[in-house]
Ligand binder design. Sequence first.
Ligand SMILES: Cc1cc2nc3c(=O)[nH]c(=O)nc-3n(C[C@H](O)[C@H](O)[C@H](O)COP(=O)(O)OP(=O)(O)OC[C@H]3O[C@@H](n4cnc5c(N)ncnc54)[C@H](O)[C@@H]3O)c2cc1C
Ligand code: SF4
Length: 350
Amino acid sequence: MSKPVLIIGGGPAGLSAAHALAAAGRKSILVEKEDRLGGAPILSGYAKLVPSHEWAKDAIGAMVTRVYPNPNVDVRLNTSVQKFDGTPGNFVATLKDGTQIEAETAIMATGFTHFDSINKPEWGFGTYPDVVTTTQVEQMISSGKGVRCPSDGRVPDRVAILLCVGSRDRQIGREWCSKICCTVSANIAMEIREELPNTNVYIYYMDIRTFGLYEGEFYWESQEKYKVKYIKARIAEVTSDGKRLLVKGEDTLIKRPVSIPFDMVVHAVGMDPNVDNMTLSSVFDVKLNRWGYIDRANTYTTLAQTSRPGVYVCGSASGPETIDDSIAQGHAAAMAAMTFQNAKVTEAAE
Ligand SMILES: Cc1cc2nc3c(=O)[nH]c(=O)nc-3n(C[C@H](O)[C@H](O)[C@H](O)COP(=O)(O)OP(=O)(O)OC[C@H]3O[C@@H](n4cnc5c(N)ncnc54)[C@H](O)[C@@H]3O)c2cc1C
Ligand code: SF4
């Protein structure tokens, strides 16, 4: 009988891989460092997801209950892999408590880390309590408390959402686009307008990347139905006049400096490489790419292959990714892990 597949990370990508393996009758061991499954959408309390408009707790919650409990999936919470030895087909992973696990192959679904806005101090986070992140606004909505200024609990009259915070910013070493934050921000803007129809919402952007089919449903809908206003700008700083926050910069369409008052400023934070990636790279002996995400060995042949044979990667562990693409990659990684022995036989015969 074949050994189980070791999956590290219980977010959308890892849950998808575990479910695909279980549906095919294969055993897996799912190792998650936190005390809950679900990854960022659950751990960070996202509200309604794009593009489905389903609540994260329902949509991702349903993914969790498919694999936990499931007789084919052995879930280990609150732990991580400390050592990973052996060769494909015969790996041995040592967990934090010293437990050793034998595995045929491994799938790294270890995800990303939210950009910490403290690294963009000129945009006011950490200085002014009413400068918050998209994650915090998601939590305000999902908790049912509603969108309020943290400083005094008042309903904001004017909200600014600043895009590309911690993305597309070479000055702080983050040149990648985080793919989903334009669409998430348009969605949040619509949710604020729905909850608070008297609140004006502005989105500051370099350019808008509501890619593919999201353009109509989020970018245009937010303007035409919800009257969200878009300002193409280079932001210099977020300060305060003592009463309100001031977003200062240059309107790059009219090429004039602008300084506009707001009650709340929201940073649309990007997706950094997982802070654990240096450790993961060393434990699993897999290469990272030049941005610090787990490298894929090839783009087309085996979508999920890392630099180490028998070890696969999926989801945002290998770069900024949406939930649906992370789920698709989880399936791809499961398929690669399941067919590993066959692939070896085929390669040997060629
Ligand atoms: C503010 C914000 C809102 C977003 N909203 C949406 C949206 O509406 N729709 C959408 O499609 N996408 C959205 N995204 C993107 C979405 O969060 C990702 O696509 C998704 O979380 C990726 O899933 P994942 O499983 O690859 O990674 P993650 O969700 O990051 O899950 C990784 C899991 O691995 C665990 N882990 C990490 N390191 C280790 C380790 N060393 N050992 C063991 N376990 C480990 C983590 O605890 C976590 O449970 C949003 C992103 C942001 C920043
Ligand atoms: S998706 Fe939009 S907000 Fe996010 S990094 Fe790309 S351009 Fe910026």
